[in-house]
Design a protein around this ligand. Structure first.
Ligand SMILES: C[S@@+](CC[C@H](N)C(=O)[O-])C[C@H]1O[C@@H](n2cnc3c(N)ncnc32)[C@H](O)[C@@H]1O
Length: 285
């Protein structure tokens, strides 16, 4: 490892990890998720909260959307694990720290984190540096989705059993991928064993975003472009549902940001609410 060149992690993965930590620093309890391990992995300088994208007000809708989707996914995993599902695939895992934060539940599963090779090598290196062991139930599978390679083959090589159901999650990824790549991903997931569940987030076109959330979306869009990872794909809910049905899913539902707001933020008195700019596709095979 000492001589291996470790690249910097994907900047979008860093940003979402910092937003999860910022939630603990600037929003009063109760916290929607508690995740500071991502911040420990990134180990930014003391001035990380001065980054323009960490402005507590300007980007609050996105910070809330990031913690809302994390909570939704973690509830889904717990529910599916209780139903007997034992495989969990995280497509574009970035600095997801579920495995480190919830080892009791996580170790009942085989977890497959799929991400770009450079970001994943960096994360592995940092986990080890921080003393987190990579247990045998946590599989890090390096894949670049845009090369057209089949990630499901890579998964099988890493020990994934395509004959058994799985939960497949992809949060904060489709906006960086071409629509062809996401359609191909949906087809691969729809071909997994019956009883599998997909949860995938996507960004709405501006005209479908609540007026109040548009400045936040624009700020995020500008930040993403400035850091070299522009948002390239937006979907209407109808378009995403049609893609899922064409891919062959048995059932596909749209979960809007407002549903997550209702579920996890209704009792809050601090005004924190997820942006309506991000939606979820929930589909089953
Ligand atoms: C915004 S981060 C989301 C990370 C995590 N899912 C979350 O919700 O915090 C987007 C992730 O997608 C990954 N990603 C983007 N393009 C990719 C590609 N072509 N192949 C594999 N992973 C990709 C990035 O490396 C990054 O980890």
């Amino acid at each position: 490892m000492a001589h291996e060149q470790i690249e910097a992690p994907d900047n979008t993965a860093v940003r979402t990890a910092l937003w999860r930590a910022l939630h603990l620093h600037v929003d009063p309890p109760p916290h929607v998720v508690e995740d500071e391990i991502g911040l420990q992995l990134v180990a930014p300088g003391d001035d990380w909260r001065d980054r323009p994208d960490m402005d507590p007000q300007a980007t609050s809708g996105f910070r809330a959307a990031i913690v809302a989707r994390a909570r939704f996914i973690e509830n889904l995993i717990a529910e599916q694990a209780d139903r007997g599902v034992t495989q969990y695939v995280v497509l574009g895992a970035g600095l997801d720290t579920f495995a480190q934060r919830e080892p009791e539940l996580a170790s009942r599963l085989q977890i497959f984190e799929v991400d770009q090779p450079g970001t994943q090598a960096w994360k592995r290196h940092r986990l080890v540096e921080l003393g987190y062991d990579i247990p045998d139930w946590l599989h890090l599978v390096p894949v670049d989705f845009e090369t057209g390679a089949s990630w499901s083959e890579q998964l099988s090589m890493a020990g994934f059993d395509p004959g058994r159901p799985a939960v497949i999650v992809s949060t904060g990824v489709t906006m960086y991928l071409t629509k062809e790549t996401t359609a191909a991903t949906l087809r691969q997931i729809a071909g997994l064993a019956p009883g599998s569940t997909l949860a995938m987030t996507f960004l709405l076109p501006t005209e479908l975003v609540d007026e109040a959330d548009r400045p936040g979306l624009r700020a995020s869009e500008e930040g993403a472009r400035a850091s070299g990872t522009p948002f390239i794909s937006f979907y209407t809910p109808q378009e995403m549902l049609a893609l899922a049905r064409e891919a062959g899913f048995k059932d596909a539902r749209h979960v809007p940001g407002a549903a997550l707001a209702e579920r996890y933020f209704a009792e809050r008195t601090d005004g924190l609410r997820p942006s309506s700019g991000e939606s979820l596709l929930l589909a089953t095979t």
